[in-house]
Design a binder for this molecule. Structure first.
Ligand code: AMP
Length: 216
C-alpha cells in the first residue's frame, strides 16, 4: 500500500472531494495547506492575517511561510501512519523543500496522484462550489446538491461560497497553477512518482481508480 502521497490538480479538479473519500479508506492524515490557512484566518492569528491578504486575491502565500507550516505538521507523530498532502507543493521551491523534509523525517513520498481536468469544467465547478462552514464538505449547486438547500447533509452546518471562488480570483489561481504548479508534473514524472487520473469521469469512478492504484 502506498503510504505517503501528494494529491495534485488545478483548483476545482476535485481534490477536496477525493481527499474526503480516501480518508475513509486509508489510515493517512490529511494535510491541506488551504484548510490550514483558512483555519488560521478563522482563528484570527498573525499567520491568518498574512495568508488572507494573498488568498483573497487568488495569489500564493509566500514559500517560506507555507514550507515552515508543512514542515512542522509533517514532523508530528500522527503522520507516521501515512499522510496525504493536498494543495502542497505548489511551486518548485516547495517541492525541493519537501524532498529535504521527507529525508530528514524519513518519510518518503510514495506516489503523486494528479487529477486532470479542462479549464471550462474547472470554471463551472468552482463557480457553483459551496462548502460547509463546520466540516468542510464540498457541494455543487447543480451537480452535488445537499438534501436541504444551504445545509450540510453530514453535520447540518451552513454552506457558503469561498471568498476566492469568484471569477477574478479564479483567473489568478489558474494562472498560478499553469506557471508555478504545472511544472511540478515533470518534476515528479522524472522521479517516477506521477500517476495521472481523468477527473471528468465522476467522483465514484475516480475514487475507485485511485483507491486501487494506492493499493486497496
Ligand atoms: P486551496 O484550498 O488548496 O485551493 O488553497 C486556497 C489558497 O490558499 C490558495 O489559492 C493559496 O492562496 C493558498 N495556498 C494553499 N496552499 C498553498 C501553497 N502550497 N502555497 C502557497 N499558497 C497556498
Amino acid at each position: 500500500m502506498k503510504k505517503n502521497i501528494i494529491l495534485m490538480g488545478p483548483p476545482g479538479a476535485g481534490k477536496g472531494t477525493l481527499a474526503k473519500q480516501l480518508l475513509n479508506a486509508f489510515p493517512f492524515v490529511h494535510i491541506s495547506t488551504g484548510d490550514m490557512f483558512r483555519e488560521a484566518i478563522k482563528a484570527g492569528t498573525e499567520l491568518g492575517k498574512l495568508a488572507q491578504s494573498y488568498i483573497d486575491k487568488g495569489d500564493l502565500v509566500p514559500d517560506e511561510v507555507t514550507i515552515g507550516l508543512v514542515k512542522e505538521r509533517l514532523s508530528q507523530d500522527d503522520c507516521a501512519n501515512g499522510f496525504m498532502l493536498d494543495g502542497f507543493p505548489r511551486t518548485i521551491p516547495q517541492a525541493e523543500a519537501l524532498e529535504k523534509i521527507c529525508q530528514e523525517i524519513q518519510r518518503p513520498i510514495d506516489a503523486v496522484v494528479n487529477l486532470d481536468c479542462d479549464d471550462k469544467e474547472l470554471i463551472r465547478r468552482i463557480s457553483g462550489r459551496r462548502v460547509c462552514k463546520n466540516c468542510g464538505t464540498p457541494y455543487h449547486i447543480i451537480t452535488m446538491k445537499p438534501k436541504v438547500e444551504g445545509i450540510c447533509d453530514k453535520c447540518g452546518g451552513p454552506l457558503f461560497q469561498r471568498a476566492d471562488d469568484n471569477e477574478e480570483a479564479l483567473k489568478v489561481r489558474l494562472d498560478h497553477y499553469v506557471h508555478s504548479t504545472k511544472p511540478l508534473l515533470d518534476f515528479y514524472q522524472e522521479k517516477g512518482l506521477l500517476e495521472n487520473f481523468n477527473s471528468l469521469k465522476g467522483s465514484e469512478l475516480l475514487f475507485d481508480e485511485v483507491r486501487l492504484y494506492l493499493g486497496k
